[in-house]
Design a protein around this ligand. Structure first.
Ligand code: PAN
Ligand code: ZN
Length: 197
């Protein structure tokens, strides 16, 4: 019988620290979004202007084990949304829809308190509470965004098809459908009419 030898410890492309949701390793990519890059998304423009544009709102670390666009492949990522508000609107991810409308996604919360906004079109926006251990199935044709409604960072993981492709422009031009604001300490959805933006 022939044997091949290989090192006992191979370098892993990425590893997950499940207690913190931290994704690390040579294959991990990172994107950081500050307030300046989220121009036009928060409805209270005057408040948005008053905050330092360099303030970090969220960071994503993700792993693409196959090239983007590969049919049948999967990507994996961790998002950390900082606590904070613009006026009374909670810090949130940009939000996007998948260009391929039959490419679903799963989110699961590691820590913090959030709200998953699911925009089904026609101004219909649904909320799912995000707390440690919560699982969220996001249909392929539903735009999605996560807001941090707590006082600590909101950390969640996501798994999505490598050929889903993200459409950010639709949300910039048409809006998300609603804004999540703090009213008397309670997360409340505000309609996204022309005057609200
Ligand atoms: C997530 C998001 C991540 C950041 O991995 O990409 O939370 O949000 P934005 O992409 O809206 O900036 C996901 O939904 N992937 O498909
Ligand atoms: Zn997505």
């Amino acid at each position: 019988m022939s044997r091949t030898s290989r090192p006992a410890v191979e370098e892993r492309p990425v590893t997950m620290d499940w207690s913190r949701g931290a994704l690390a390793g040579p294959a991990a990519q990172e994107r950081v979004r500050n307030l300046g890059q989220l121009q036009g998304l928060f409805y209270d423009v005057a408040s948005w202007r008053q905050i330092d544009p360099a303030k970090i709102v969220y960071r994503v670390r993700w792993w693409e084990p196959v090239p983007e666009g590969t049919e049948g492949g999967l990507f994996w990522g961790t998002t950390i949304v900082e606590p904070g508000r613009v006026g009374d609107e909670y810090f949130m991810t940009h939000g996007h829809s998948h260009l391929r409308g039959n490419r679903a996604e799963i989110y699961s919360t590691i820590s913090g308190e959030g709200s998953l906004l699911l925009s089904e079109g026609g101004g219909r926006v649904r909320l799912e509470p995000m707390t440690a251990g919560s699982m969220h199935y996001i249909r392929g044709d539903v735009a999605h965004r996560a807001a941090n409604v707590g006082e600590r960072p909101l950390v969640f993981v996501a798994c999505w098809p490598s050929d889903a492709r993200h459409d950010y422009g639709g949300i910039v031009s048409k809006g998300f459908g609603a804004h999540l604001v703090c009213r008397n300490g309670i997360p409340t959805l505000l309609g996204d009419g022309p005057n609200a933006r």
